[in-house]
Design a protein. Structure first.
Length: 121
């Protein structure tokens, strides 16, 4: 089994959904996404991603329907390191937070819009 799927296996109940279907558009920041049984945090919120969180990317010009997902493998107050597959970028990639007044955690990507992150409750 590929490393990425092994990392995902314990994180989400269903692997047969598109990446953008993981994200509940009606779920409030920090609330349980009951369909996925994961707590959902919006990009730009007050909680930073933690190791093992799933970063959910919105659909974009290259992958218009499904979006993208990555796993946080490193996290600090300054940024995160993700593991990912099936993109032109490297297997691991670092993102720094853009913080306004030290109260929010915003991750910006040249690749696609990051919707937020999902975490086991």
């Amino acid at each position: 089994m590929p490393l990425f799927l092994r990392l995902c296996r314990d994180q989400i109940a269903l692997l047969d959904v598109t990446h953008s279907e993981l994200w509940g558009t009606e779920v409030a920041d920090g609330e349980l996404n009951s369909e996925r049984r994961l707590v959902q945090y919006k990009n730009g919120g007050s909680r930073r991603p933690e190791i093992h969180d799933l970063i959910v990317f919105a659909p974009h010009s290259i992958n218009q329907q499904s979006g993208h997902v990555a796993i946080v493998i490193g996290a600090t107050d300054k940024g995160i390191i993700i593991a990912q597959q099936n993109v032109d970028a490297a297997f691991t990639q670092t993102f720094n937070f853009s913080r306004s007044i030290g109260s929010t955690y915003q991750i910006n990507s040249d690749y696609a819009t990051i919707l937020g992150w999902l975490r086991r409750k």
